[in-house]
Design a protein around this ligand. Sequence first.
Ligand code: RB5
Length: 152
Amino acid sequence: MSGPGAERESGPLRVAVGSDHGGFRLKAAIVTRLRQQGYEVEDMGTDSGASVDYPEFARAVCRAVAAGACDRGILVCGTGIGMSMVANREPAIRAALCHDAYTARMSREHNDANVLCLGERVLGEGVALDLVEIWLATPFAGGRHLRRIQMF
Ligand code: RB5
C-alpha cells in the first residue's frame, strides 16, 4: 500500500531530518538520538549557525519523503512555523507543527502526518526528543481518518 495510511512493512524507518540555522542544534540532537535507537537517518543539514533559508531544507526533506526515499521527515527551525508552511505546500506531505505530546500523538493517529515540524526556540531538548519518540512510534488509526486525509 502506498500513499496516505501506508507504513513501512519491514526494516527500520528511514527518517529524513533537516533544519535551518535556528534549529541545527536540536536537529543534531535528534539525529544522534535516532541513530542510537536504530533508525536509518538521512541528515540533510544545515550544520551550523550560519544563516540559511529554511524553504530549501524543508523542500529537500519533503521531496525525499514524497519520493519514497524516506518514510518520514522531521524539520526544525526557530519556531517550526516557516518549515511547516513550506512543507504543507509540497505534494503528498502532511506536516504537523507540534509543541506537546498530545498533538504529536494525534498528528499521527488522526492525520497520518508524515513530516513533524519543531521549534528549537520554543521547546526544551528533552521535550522535543520525547515528541519525536512519540511521533515516530504512533501508528495511523485509519478508518474514517483515512477518508478525511484522502479529501485533501
Ligand atoms: C530564523 O531566524 C527563523 O526565522 C526561522 O528559523 C524560523 O523560525 C522561521 O519560521
